[in-house]
Design a protein around this ligand. Structure first.
Ligand SMILES: O=C(O)CC1=CCC(=O)O1
Length: 92
């Protein structure tokens, strides 16, 4: 099952730059492992925003939820999910 996620990052003002850098480092590690295992098929920065579009290839809604809630920055992410189905005109 393919899902498109839009994630907007909203850090609260009380976090220090060091705390933010730590979240970003842990996020990069977790995201990298999901990309290497294939559950995260890609991630793109949305130009001009602290936000991304990511593509997930997972077995179920429950698996997607577990993956998303495992992101270290999850408490600071506003996530919108679009389930994707194969388009009849797709040649792949
Ligand atoms: O877009 C970001 O920087 C936040 C993020 C969520 C998943 C990821 O890899 O980065």
């Amino acid at each position: 099952m393919m899902f498109l996620a839009r994630m907007d990052v909203e850090f609260p003002p009380h976090l220090t730059p060091e705390q933010i850098a730590d979240f970003q480092a842990r996020e990069k590690e977790y995201s990298g492992s999901l990309q290497r295992s294939g559950e995260m098929a890609g991630i793109w920065r949305i130009v001009g925003e602290y936000a991304n579009h990511s593509l997930f290839d997972v077995e179920s809604n429950d698996e997607l939820h577990a993956i998303l809630s495992g992101f270290p920055m999850y408490p600071y992410l506003k996530i919108r999910i679009t389930p994707l189905a194969r388009h009849p005109n797709s040649i792949r």
